[in-house]
Design a protein around this ligand. Structure first.
Ligand code: CP
Length: 427
């Protein structure tokens, strides 16, 4: 705060008044929250940029905790009726050192090139696929395209300098954790991380998820959580006042995977309407296919084929949701026939770790494998996707086929996660 006051010169009075007003609003809204403390309500508020739990969004603002240069710049700019690169110009000659000016200019330029005209600018967490409508996804994808062009050593690569992201992973991960950490690093931010959090964090001593989250939000500006329990991301988001990203919650959801999957479909086949997609493999336990099916309902004329062994069929909640929205779907057993008819062939692993009964796992594994024979049936313009990791459900000789998009898909995760960090940190 002290440094901010020196830098901003005449903004002290304005801030005090703002803080007092915000405190009154915070009290009123906290009372409202106490009367209606349902998690779902908080989630809606979270989606719209408001969290009303005791230590939440308004509480922080009531305490005058305006930490980031970006937010200070925006308020300063608002006070002077200026926008975009003029924010950076306004800082010149006001005591920021060269690095500070470069960072501020990078943030201002990034804001100017990305016109947030949808609800994306209100997004304050990423917990479930339902939060993203078509316009938000398309705008995020445009930001991801920008992120894919960020080069090391440029001002843009310092966009998140000074911010810290915490990655808390209670389940194993290669792509999600490393791409989030690479995304933060490529934008100049810092990372505090724990993998195998159930074993190496104080969860091993009996600490609750809620207490861990409340502690970590004191250290980081944004938290990325992977947990083994469906619904855990919602629980976590409800107790903190900083952006929370769901990196997969057991068999529940994997919304950032869905975003990168839809982004990949757009890049690979050039459209998001009029798409026939086959979801193959473990559809009962696969959080990626559940989130992807939800996200694709935002587009026109989508047809789903569900190809799964009997013990891991797509669950009724997703099928009922599609039916209610008038979206065509069918369950099929002939992978070759389905492959011949689709634009996207989306394979998934049979998730051994989710089976209570290993006999069920044995009955499901190896039933649907994408090999060269299946590729021969697939149209030339189609794409094969897989959230990875793969075990044996796509044979390795498919990897050299230009339609094998799964490693490009994994790299798109980096660009989508860079975009999400930028959007959620309001830079
Ligand atoms: N697709 C995916 O979530 O991969 P990881 O489990 O390696 O993060």
């Amino acid at each position: 705060m002290g440094a901010t006051t020196t830098t901003m010169g005449g903004t002290t009075t304005t801030r005090r008044r703002t803080t007092r007003t915000t405190m009154r609003n915070a009290n009123a809204m906290t009372n409202a929250t106490n009367a209606n403390a349902m998690t779902t309500t908080r989630m809606m508020m979270c989606t719209h940029g408001r969290r009303l739990n005791d230590d939440g969004y308004l509480g922080r603002h009531a305490r005058g905790d305006f930490g980031s240069v970006a937010r200070r710049a925006r308020r300063y700019a608002n006070g002077k009726n200026i926008t975009g690169t003029r924010v950076a110009r306004a800082f010149e000659g006001e005591g920021l050192d060269g690095e500070g000016r470069a960072r501020t200019r990078a943030r201002a330029n990034a804001r100017e090139t990305t016109k947030y005209v949808t609800k994306l600018n209100n997004l304050s967490c990423c917990v479930e696929a339902e939060q993203f409508d078509r316009a938000m996804m398309e705008e995020l994808f445009d930001v991801a395209d920008e992120m894919s062009k960020v080069k090391p050593g440029t001002p843009e690569s310092l966009m998140l300098q000074g911010y810290i992201m915490s990655t808390l992973f209670y389940e194993p991960s290669t792509r999600t954790r490393l791409s989030f950490e690479a995304a933060m690093g490529r934008l100049g931010g810092g990372i505090v991380s724990t993998e195998s959090a159930g074993e190496y964090s104080s969860a091993a001593k009996g600490e609750t998820l809620e207490d861990t989250m409340r502690t970590v939000e004191g250290y980081a500006d944004i938290i990325v959580l992977r947990h083994f329990t469906a619904g855990s991301a919602k629980r976590a988001a409800a107790v903190i006042g900083k952006p929370l990203i769901n990196a997969g919650d057991g068999p529940g959801q994997h919304p950032t995977q869905a975003l990168l999957d839809v982004y990949t479909i757009r890049k690979e086949i050039g459209r998001l309407d009029n798409v026939k997609i086959a979801l193959v493999g473990d559809l009962a336990n696969g959080r990626t296919v559940r989130s992807l099916a939800t996200s694709l309902t935002q587009f026109k004329n989508i047809k789903f084929y569900f190809v799964a062994p009997p013990v891991v069929r797509m669950k009724d909640d997703i099928k009922n949701m599609l039916t209610a929205k008038g979206i065509e779907w069918e369950e099929a057993t002939d992978l070759m026939a389905v492959a011949a008819d689709v634009d996207v062939l989306y394979q998934t692993r049979i998730q051994k770790e989710r089976f209570a009964n290993l006999d069920d796992y044995e009955s499901a594994r190896g039933k649907y494998i994408i090999d060269r024979e299946v590729m021969a049936a697939l149209p030339k313009t189609s794409v094969v996707m897989h959230p990875l990791p793969r075990v044996d459900e796509i044979t390795v000789d498919v990897d050299t086929d230009p339609r094998a998009g799964y490693f490009r898909q994994a790299q798109n995760g980096l660009f989508i996660r860079m975009a999400l960090l930028k959007v959620l940190l309001k830079v």
